[in-house]
Design a protein around this ligand. Structure first.
Ligand code: UDP
Length: 330
């Protein structure tokens, strides 16, 4: 039987690499694509030997060509942590807008179904709590997060336009804070920041007074939700996240307990436009996808901590490396 073919952009990233694993496991032929500006080939190194997996080193903000048939596209290429999109704001805007446009064009030409990775950031610093899909959001388009938030909002608009005007089959997932193995230790996000600090024997940096909240979802739960959404017939956006909300100060305390570090919490200024609260309303996912998260934060953090502990001290203290050139198809 011919395998179904899926193109996953951002394949070398945290979420993209877990999606590659899942689709391989489900019997798909997976084309991974990444320009490697924030992704790492180490995340997909174990797939290189499989004949069901191909990797293309390409920036999807430029025209995307794929030969032969294609059944599904999952667009997960984007810088996704606040320090990344501060460092590379133009690329962030381009991959969400031009990249999405290119991939929708590809989906149309191949009659493929396309799922895009949207985000809780479309809700900005929300005044509605918890956030439902109907909430329009509170985004500062010219603030530091605007490049990500507006790229993702444009991405959703473009995706719906291709659906309504061209009849392309589309799905939109709004992803809330997700964590797990293969997050980049130095990507600036709170979980790798805290665990990295604990492992290096540094104090944990809480931004602001730590009263802002987030709701953390373990990566396997997210991937399950995405898989179900892709195969569903639901076109409007769906929140996927874990509603178990916690303040950042409480989260720091949990990491201190988990790692047994003797370091303390130190307070740093709150970054501009940092959302004060975030919690997904997942009624839609429950109802339409029969999905809800199954991994508790305690369980998920334990697995993630083991992963970070397994990194070499070079990785713990240095930046990521991408030295798998030989495997890359240009
Ligand atoms: N944060 C923190 N210390 C850090 C990194 C982040 O207190 O070293 C805070 C950040 O200000 C935000 C929350 O943790 O309120 C989550 O930040 P993250 O960058 O993980 O993602 P966000 O949800 O803001 O996109």
């Amino acid at each position: 039987m011919v395998k179904k073919k899926v193109l996953i952009t951002g394949a070398a990233g945290f979420l993209g690499s877990h999606l590659c694993d899942r689709f391989i496991k489900e019997g798909f032929h997976v084309l991974g694509m990444d320009n490697l500006i924030t992704g790492s080939l180490k995340n997909i190194e174990h797939l290189f030997k499989l004949k069901e997996f191909e990797f293309y080193h390409h920036d999807v903000s430029n025209f995307v060509h794929v030969s032969g048939d294609l059944d599904y596209i999952l667009h997960f290429a984007s810088p996704a942590s606040p320090i990344d999109y501060l460092k590379i704001p133009i690329q962030t805007l381009k991959v969400g807008s031009l990249g999405t446009h290119n991939l929708l064009g590809l989906a149309k030409s191949k009659a493929a179904r396309m799922l895009i990775a949207s985000t809780s950031e479309v809700y900005g610093d929300p005044s509605v709590h918890p956030q439902t899909e109907e909430y329009y959001g509170n985004v500062n388009c010219v603030g530091p997060r605007g490049v990500y938030d507006e790229a993702k909002r444009f991405q959703e608009a473009m995706t719906m336009a291709y659906h309504t005007y061209h009849g392309v089959e589309t799905r939109i997932v709004r992803i809330f804070n997700t964590y797990g193995p293969r997050m980049r230790l130095n990507d600036g996000r709170v979980l790798p920041a805290f665990i990295g600090q604990a492992l290096r024997g540094e104090d944990l940096t809480v931004f602001g007074d730590g009263s802002q909240t987030r709701s953390f979802c373990y990566v396997d739960d997210l991937v399950e939700g995405i898989y179900r959404l892709l195969l569903s017939d639901y076109v409007s956006p769906v929140n996927i996240g874990n509603p178990d909300e916690i303040t950042i100060k409480e989260f720091a305390d949990e990491i201190i307990k988990l790692t047994g570090t003797t370091q303390k919490v130190v307070y740093k200024p709150l970054p501009k436009d940092d959302p004060m609260q975030r919690q997904p309303n997942i009624d839609k996912a429950r109802e339409i996808l029969d999905w809800e998260p199954e991994v508790s934060r305690a369980e998920g953090l334990k697995i993630t901590y083991e992963y970070f502990k397994s990194l070499s001290s070079e990785e713990l203290f240095q930046k990521d490396h991408n030295d798998f050139e030989g495997y890359i198809k240009k």
